[in-house]
Design a protein around this ligand. Structure first.
Ligand code: ACO
Length: 432
């Protein structure tokens, strides 16, 4: 392998085991332990995989110490201005480079062509409870897409992958908007092929049969930006879920549905809901931000400062920085204010000078400001994690593609350290 750079020695039971060391393009080093079990009967113990590189990837690069995030090598900040374009980013993540004009237009056309749901799928959607959690609906619908697009169950070339990706990226926004409309008891608004991706989504969410929702350019840009900032984050919980399912040669729909379910958890994508609930509770309860910070530090108090801290970032999450500026920009153009933004700013200010947060390197993460921006667009809190999922979908597809087409790809099957009973005899019921 070209990145083999060094070797490491492991001394155990008086024996020395030589291990290869690989170096990534940014200098990060990784010890190859793949031969340990086969050759020596040893496993490595890393329960939350915080120290394990599970794949080689060329999609996204993060330097958590320096707060760096790049998609296909391009710093995340460069996707913000002059005009954020989520579909361009989606294409780049999936296909490995920025698209040219024609490629982007073709992909846009595919998204427009596939924006409707199959009537059979719509009927199944209608059978789900109106008040079902939106993430449960989303994962079920993505899983069910496999029933209606059987031609995409085997994806062995780029053309069919593009077909499946276009359908997923296009239909997820229709599913999301319909979920919201149905929960609100509002009539469905069908997609408008003359609108671009984000404007079309906002149209389906908020237009009325007799009144088209006026999507301002600022709002459309802000939504593009939110989706871009969520589009990929290398081997996070949901991307890893997608890879694990994919490694069993499961199809793209099944794998992305697994990604949705992983994202739903409050320690992952569900944190944006928790942040909003926290800010609303502080606002309604009239609590002092100083007291909230004290509660977050108190180990006997269950209060946690949601939207703070990250497994990888030990610095300001670059996405949070961009979102904070975007909030200021959008509120200025909307000539509005949100008291929750003031609370968030104050909490951040206090936390960033508090030794508890400073020593633990806890900074705002992507969820801290994203909800405030979504709220300014009129997106209800229970749809926040769905919004995250729409943004993250291209990342899941890119991770699936990389895993699926990886040379010598094997099923992901970790080991364990067994700590249960030693061999124990079965006892018949009457003797227990
Ligand atoms: N508020 C208060 N204390 C915190 C917070 C927080 N938000 N986050 C971490 N800490 C403390 C922990 O209590 C721990 O303290 P200790 O060393 O005294 O025991 C220390 O900081 C290290 O925290 P861990 O939980 O070990 O860090 P880990 O890397 O396992 O977890 C996580 C990261 C899950 C994101 C955590 O910071 C957290 O729960 N944050 C709030 C939830 C959140 O915002 N999640 C979204 C993450 S971004 C995303 O998934 C899109």
């Amino acid at each position: 392998m070209s990145d083999l750079s060094d070797s490491a020695k492991l001394l155990i039971d008086g024996k020395t085991i030589d291990l290869n060391v690989y170096t990534g393009v940014e200098g990060e080093r990784s010890i190859d332990v793949t031969s340990l079990f086969k050759d020596h009967g040893l496993t490595t113990y890393d329960p939350s995989l915080g120290n394990t590189a599970i794949c080689r990837s060329s999609i996204t690069y993060i330097d958590g110490e320096r707060g760096v995030l790049r998609y296909r090598g391009i710093p995340i900040e460069q996707f913000d201005r002059p005009k954020p374009n989520y579909i361009e980013v989606a294409w780049a993540l999936i296909f490995g480079r920025l698209p040219d004009d024609e490629e982007l237009s073709q992909f846009r056309e595919m998204l427009t062509r596939h924006e409707l749901l199959h009537e059979g799928l719509s009927n199944q959607f209608m059978a789900l409870p109106v008040d079902a959690p939106p993430m449960a609906i989303l994962s079920a619908m993505i899983s069910m897409m496999a029933c209606y697009h059987k031609e995409f169950l085997l994806l062995e070339d780029e053309k069919s992958l593009m077909g499946a990706a276009a359908r997923l990226i296009s239909k997820i926004r229709t599913i999301a908007a319909f979920t919201h409309r149905r929960a609100m008891g509002l009539p469905f608004i069908y997609p408008d092929p003359s609108l671009r991706y984000c404007a079309n989504f906002l149209h389906m969410m908020f237009s009325l049969p007799y009144k088209q929702f006026d999507v301002s350019e600022e709002m459309e840009d802000a939504l593009n930006l939110v989706f871009i900032l969520h589009a990929d984050h290398e081997q996070n919980c949901s991307a890893s879920a997608v890879r694990v399912v994919c490694s069993a040669q499961a199809n793209l729909f099944a794998s992305c549905s697994a990604g949705v379910n992983a994202l739903w958890g409050p320690l992952h994508g569900g944190a944006n809901v928790k942040v909003m609930e926290m800010l609303e509770a502080i606002y309604r309860g009239g609590y002092r931000p100083e007291d909230c910070i004290a509660a977050a530090k108190d180990k006997n108090d269950s209060f946690r400062l949601y939207g703070f801290g990250h497994r990888v970032y030990r610095n300001y999450d670059p996405r949070a920085k961009i979102l904070k500026t975007a909030c200021d920009r959008l509120f200025k153009t909307l000539k509005r204010n949100d008291p929750l933004l003031d609370i968030a700013r104050k909490l951040e200010e206090l936390a960033l000078k508090d030794p508890y947060f400073v020593d633990r390197k806890l900074y705002p993460n992507v969820d801290f400001y994203s909800g405030i921006l979504l709220r300014a667009m009129g997106i209800p809190t229970d749809m926040f994690t769905v919004m995250f999922a729409i943004g993250r979908l291209p990342g899941w597809i890119a991770q699936w593609k990389e895993q699926h087409f990886a040379e010598g790809g094997k099923i992901i099957r970790p080991r364990q350290l067994y700590v249960g009973n030693p061999k124990t005899d079965y006892i018949e019921m009457e003797k227990r």
